[in-house]
Design a binder for this molecule. Structure first.
Ligand code: SAM
Length: 232
């Protein structure tokens, strides 16, 4: 969906990486690295002097990241709420689209601050409260992780949550939206959730097709941002 229908032609992972001004020589930790997408998409411009440590609390994700980056990084299974690293071991910490999963974020932020050197940078990505709003309005998420994430660490809440731990907080939004011109593609998204009945899928198909006929596309709000701050 994002590849086919996003209105911003720039690559989102390349834009996120543009915010990583850590200098030529830096110890960089990523928490919640997932499959290492940010590194896969920017492999041509990772400075030789960056010593990367990729972590996630899922062993499977760490293995996937290792298969992408191999010896270019070191790896650890680690929960951001209890990082297995010495104090002041890193110049920068990255957390992309993962803080909304974390139960005790004050604890996580205090861990990130502990492992950063003085003046070290913490760079995260977050989504806004209205991210993909039109999709949730069509079919609200069931109770569970995806509904919870919309109440946690949104762009709107980020500054207030980070302020007790970090200084020089900056937020930069990525301008984008989806303009969907294929109703079936959107129906497939809902079908992949596994909890939407066929008759509801048919109603969604009709609603989206009508909007496409009328307006040329079905509009979906996207709201993502890069959040940067510094250890005081
Ligand atoms: C939505 S994925 C994002 C992955 C990657 N950062 C990206 O942008 O593609 C969220 C990741 O955070 C990890 N995660 C969730 N809670 C975590 C925690 N408390 N500590 C470390 N990793 C966590 C998950 O296992 C998952 O890989």
């Amino acid at each position: 969906m994002h590849d086919r229908f996003s209105t911003n032609p720039a690559s989102y992972p390349r834009w996120v990486f543009d915010g990583y001004d850590f200098g030529k020589d830096a110890d960089v930790l990523e928490v919640g690295c997932g499959e290492g997408v940010i590194w896969r998409k920017n492999v041509d411009r990772i400075p030789d002097g960056w010593r990367l440590t990729l972590t996630d609390f899922s062993d499977g994700m760490v293995q996937a990241a290792r298969s992408a980056l191999g010896d270019r990084a070191r790896y650890a299974v680690a929960d951001v709420q209890t990082l297995p690293f010495e104090d002041e071991a890193f110049d920068a910490v990255i957390a992309n689209h993962m803080l909304f999963h974390v139960e005790d974020r004050p604890r996580a932020f205090s861990e990130v601050r502990r492992v950063l050197r003085p003046e070290g940078l913490f760079v995260a990505t977050a989504i806004g409260r209205d991210h993909l709003r039109e999709l949730w309005e069509l079919e609200p998420p069931r109770d569970g992780i995806w509904s919870k994430t919309r109440e946690r660490f949104t762009i709107e809440l980020a500054r207030g949550e980070l302020a007790p731990f970090f200084a020089a907080i900056e937020l930069e939004r990525y301008p984008d939206s989806l303009e969907v011109t294929d109703a079936e593609a959107l129906v497939d998204v809902f079908r992949s959730r596994g909890d939407v009945a066929e008759e509801r899928l048919a109603a969604i198909r009709e609603h989206v097709a009508e909007a496409i006929d009328r307006d040329g596309s079905f509009h979906v709000t996207k709201d993502s941002a890069r959040v940067r701050c510094r250890k005081p």
